[in-house]
Ligand binder design. Structure first.
Ligand SMILES: [Zn+2]
Ligand SMILES: [Zn+2]
Length: 465
């Protein structure tokens, strides 16, 4: 008997956690964070407590209470007796938080399978320290003491490298198959708004399962999604775990249209242009880069994006040397002060940022003030206070990201508009979704023709009927 337990993501967008079980073999498809469930009880200033390990997460329905999957340091801290490992592997569809973030809570010895791009993004998230639950590719034992050189107990941190464990990651190649117990799992890349997204086919002697992950057909990797559908159809699946983010929408806008629109806006502006885009969508970044080039300007990226592009190496859409890097003032703001020692300037920045401060292609706000017509700047709400240094005139802001879908995002959006108004900046939009439209989903289901459809990653499972 094949059993499919959708523990997260069945009536909401994201939080995917699917347990597949067959003849004693158990695998997880994704282990993501549910934004819905989280924002139902928590907010920026009210978070699940670290000190209770898993308790707050389980009590408020953020994590399922099942045995044999969670990290031993957390279980021990909760006073739960040790558990045997009860899952054979995790397969990640991509590195978006709603699919991958909660691997932080998993045992260190569970093998995790994903694409090379997913692995790189998770590593960047961990190194840049973007969230509290960031034990993604490696994990540091928590709630344990070591004996310091005075013979007293000290709390373990990441500096105690003997307590830091590399997770058991395995990189999968396109169309590679992995045998895990009684199941065989094939990885197939798909088009989505993040590099390295994939779907999976799970073969068993009692019927095959297809998992779409997050998928679309209007980006630069459309052919990959089509290949996925073709192979999925060929395996005559019994079950299709199908994403339905936009099952109720037929709006169509392609990534190519976004590029053309940005190019048009940049070309018609004579002053500085800012573009707000999803932080790790390197396809969107490529669209912006190409549009900026075509409009005869230079693209400027922030530190986090610079770090991501450099980490991608040959897999990145362009080299970090092809753009300029905007270094913002931080902490004491010594960057633009004269006669300050380099080591003191560096102390204003995190270790990973220091490598970017003094490069030949690094610039500060002063360059933007001098030559606003030369550049297009990658910018987001969390760095918008740099406008106070840049003091733009008649500038343009292109919002190239999705519309707000929560109360908190609505408030941020209002706040952003206040900033733009204060500096007299004109707002434009240019965006395409990361998800297939309703018609494309129906078309995909018709082509794959499974015996059963299991809707996932959707607020409208009833529309799948
Ligand atoms: Zn998702
Ligand atoms: Zn996604």
């Amino acid at each position: 008997m094949v059993s499919i337990d959708v523990m997260g993501g069945s009536t909401e967008i994201g939080g995917n956690k699917i347990l597949v079980e067959h003849k004693g073999t158990r695998i997880l498809l994704d282990f993501g964070m549910s934004f819905n469930q989280n924002s139902k009880y928590f907010s920026e200033f009210l978070n699940p407590r670290k000190c209770t390990a898993l308790t707050d997460y389980m009590e408020m329905g953020l994590l399922p209470d099942i045995k044999g999957i969670y990290r031993e340091d957390y279980l021990n801290h909760m006073g739960r007796p040790p558990e045997e490992r009860a899952v054979d592997a995790v397969f990640l569809s991509h590195a978006h938080a709603d699919h991958a973030q909660y691997i932080h809570f998993l045992r260190f010895d569970i093998p995790i399978y994903c694409t090379v791009e997913t692995y790189i993004i998770l590593q960047c998230l961990e190194n840049v320290g973007i969230s509290t639950n960031s034990d993604l590719t490696s994990a540091c034992e928590t709630f344990v003491f070591y004996e310091n050189n005075k013979g007293n107990p000290s709390r373990v941190t990441r500096k105690n490298i003997e307590y830091v464990h590399e997770r058991d990651f395995h990189i999968m190649e396109p169309e590679q198959r992995m045998q895990i117990g009684s199941l065989e799992i094939e990885m197939l890349p798909v088009d989505h708004s993040l590099p390295g997204a994939c779907g999976y086919i799970i073969y068993s002697d009692e019927g095959n399962i297809v998992y779409t992950g997050d998928i679309r057909f209007h980006g630069y990797n459309r052919d990959k999604s089509e290949r996925f559908v073709e192979k999925a159809a060929r395996c005559r699946p019994k079950w299709l775990l199908c994403e339905g983010t936009r099952i109720d929408s037929n709006e169509m806008n392609s990534e190519q249209c976004v590029k053309d629109e940005i190019e048009r806006i940049v070309a018609s502006s004579k002053e500085l242009v800012f573009v707000e885009h999803p932080a790790r969508d390197l396809y969107r970044v490529k669209s912006i880069f190409d549009a900026v080039k075509a409009a005869g300007r230079e693209f400027i990226v922030g530190l986090k994006l610079a770090y991501l592009i450099e980490s991608f190496g040959d897999l990145a859409p362009f080299s970090i040397d092809d753009v300029k890097i905007l270094v913002p003032m931080k902490r004491w703001g010594l960057l633009c002060k004269n006669g300050i020692e380099q080591s003191q300037v560096e102390r204003d920045y995190s270790v990973w940022e220091r490598d970017f401060i003094f490069r030949d292609n690094s610039i500060t706000y002063e360059e933007l003030k001098k030559y606003p017509q030369r550049y297009v700047v990658s910018m987001n709400m969390w760095e918008i206070n740099q406008l106070i240094d840049i003091r733009p005139h008649n500038a343009v802001w292109i919002k190239s990201s999705c519309e707000p879908f929560s109360d908190e995002m609505d408030i941020d959006e209002e706040r952003k508009k206040n900033w733009l108004e204060h500096f007299g900046i004109q707002l434009f939009n240019a965006h395409a979704s990361g998800h297939a439209s309703g018609d494309e989903i129906r078309d995909m289901i018709a082509k794959i023709a499974p015996e059963h459809v299991i809707p996932i990653h959707t607020e409208h499972p009833e529309m799948f009927k």
